[in-house]
Design a protein around this ligand. Structure first.
Ligand code: ADP
Ligand code: MG
Length: 280
């Protein structure tokens, strides 16, 4: 059995769906693993948009939840990367998440990793999904509203007994008005796994429906995402190109390790024996 890892934040618009789509594409295309991304943001489903998959999809996770469609009928292939996608519907309407746990259990039998995109907020929609996760990654941007909601998310995960695997600091531009990595770590009492820089190409890649790691594979943001993806599957990533290696050699590039938080649950721990970090 593999792991179902959720990407969660509290605050909306911090980059969860961007991260889910890019991690999925990276693990599938660059690391050749069987990965599936699941849209569990039922009220404002965007994952299919990020992956350019919306063509009036008639079978989605909502139909699986309601019993109108089978899981197999509702999984799509992202053509460029081979990533599998279980999208959600853009239609409004009620949905019942009772079967969500079974969906994750079934997917874990087939895929090496299941990455779940959660809705913003910390209400029922999020809780009913989060409680079925094996582990979660929190995304925050370097500002107080986002970090405050990240802190609430830490508490929610503790309550639900879902392991926190990492905290991602997204859209970092280094401006003085931003919260620093240290300030966020002090607030959350957890280390930041990696910082992803602000990247103007992110919005272009969204408009194109082409994830950043495919649109700008060598950008700093793509590099950070690839490193995180590698850590999640227990390996390392380093660009092979000559320029990068020379820059590293002469100290122009400082390699920062990805810090994953040491999981408490044995189930998760066994799968992630590398890149562990001890929290007191
Ligand atoms: P969420 O899923 O948390 O609501 P999204 O992934 O939809 O957030 O991202 C919100 C917006 O932020 C999108 O326009 C996306 O392109 C942009 N974005 C995400 N990450 C970055 C980044 N590292 N640099 C610049 N823009 C980003
Ligand atoms: Mg989203």
């Amino acid at each position: 059995m593999s792991l179902a890892i959720g990407v969660i934040s509290g605050k909306g618009g911090v980059g969860k769906t961007t991260l889910v789509s890019n991690l999925g594409v990276t693990i599938s295309k660059y690391f050749n693993k069987k990965a599936i991304v699941v849209d569990a943001n039922f009220s404002s489903s965007h994952l299919g948009i990020h992956l350019n998959l919306y063509r009036n999809l008639s079978n989605t996770i909502k139909e699986v939840l309601s019993g109108e469609s089978s899981l197999q009928q509702s999984i799509y292939i992202h053509p460029i990367s081979g990533l599998r996608v279980l999208p959600s519907s853009l239609k409004l309407g009620k949905f019942n998440t009772q079967k969500f746990g079974k969906i994750l259990r079934d997917l874990k039998k087939t895929y090496d990793i299941v990455i779940v995109d959660l809705a913003p907020g910390l209400g029922k929609e999020v809780i009913n999904v989060a409680k079925h996760l094996d582990a979660a990654i929190i995304v925050t941007t370097p500002d107080l509203p986002s970090a405050t909601d990240a802190l609430k998310t830490v508490k929610l995960l503790e309550k639900l007994k879902v392991d926190l695997l990492g905290v991602i600091l997204n859209r970092v531009s280094g401006n003085v008005y931003e919260l620093t990595r240290y300030e966020i770590e002090s607030m959350l009492k957890y280390p930041c796994s990696i910082a992803i820089p602000e990247d103007k190409s992110a919005i272009e890649s969204l408009a194109l429906g082409l994830p950043l790691v495919l649109y700008k594979p060598s950008s700093k943001a793509s590099l950070a995402i690839k490193k995180l993806a590698a850590a999640l599957i227990g390996t390392n990533y380093e660009p092979k190109d000559f320029g990068y290696r020379i820059k590293k050699l002469i100290g122009m590039i400082k390699e920062e390790p990805v810090i994953l938080i040491k999981p408490k649950e044995k189930k998760v721990k066994n799968k992630l024996n590398k890149n562990e970090f001890d929290i007191k």
